[in-house]
Design a binder for this molecule. Structure first.
Ligand code: URA
Length: 193
């Protein structure tokens, strides 16, 4: 049986694609291993590569703010990415890089058994919800896949660049809050009033 420790150790030493040659650190993921909600971004940026933690740069600051509005945060969610190593210059991860890395995410999902998966941005949504997912049309909608409720939000980096997307995201966050409360075993875990 795979354990979190083994999985993280294997991932840290990974050489399955060329991103491993340019990384400073592998960015495995953070959060309690009994989290009910899992957030999945695209791949580490510069700050994440330097620190080995997901969403710790400017986009991460915004993500923390978005989550705290609805009683979520690093203390009650698991946060990771489709690819665990930084694509040079923050380009989109190639399909071959995603293919090489996706087994780590699959194992993380098996171990965590989340009730809700939130894709951050189109790359994660296209990989995890549907290949032709349209983020501008389908953000905030819910999709059941194998008993897990999936949704996608605009990527926080997109929200930094384009303020006009923020009202939609605020509505999506309120719906996410309702969903979290509906599935929570212990709602007091989420400081939602
Ligand atoms: N953008 C992502 O998609 N993931 C991170 O971890 C940081 C920025």
């Amino acid at each position: 049986m795979m354990t979190w420790e083994t999985l993280e150790q294997v991932c840290r030493g990974c050489g399955r694609c060329a991103l491993g040659e340019t990384r400073t650190n592998t960015v495995f993921g953070v959060g309690p291993v009994d989290a009910e909600v899992m957030f999945i971004g695209e791949g580490p940026g510069q700050q994440e590569d330097l620190r080995g933690e997901p969403f710790v740069g400017p986009a991460g600051q915004l993500l923390d703010d978005m989550l705290s509005i609805i009683g979520l945060g690093r203390h009650n969610c698991y946060i990771t990415n489709i690819v665990k190593c930084r694509p040079p210059g923050n380009r989109d991860p190639l399909a071959t890089e995603q293919d090489a890395c996706i087994p780590y995410l699959r194992w993380q999902t098996k171990l965590l058994r989340p009730k809700i998966i939130v894709c951050l941005g189109r790359i994660a949504a296209m990989r995890l919800i549907r290949e032709d997912f349209k983020i501008s049309r389908e953000h905030g909608q819910w999709f059941d896949k194998g008993g897990i409720a999936f949704t996608a939000l605009y990527h926080p980096s997109a929200l930094l660049r384009d303020l006009t997307k923020r009202p939609d995201t605020f509505r999506d966050l309120k719906r996410l809050r309702a969903k979290v409360l509906a599935v929570a075993v212990d709602p007091s875990r989420y400081d939602i009033r």
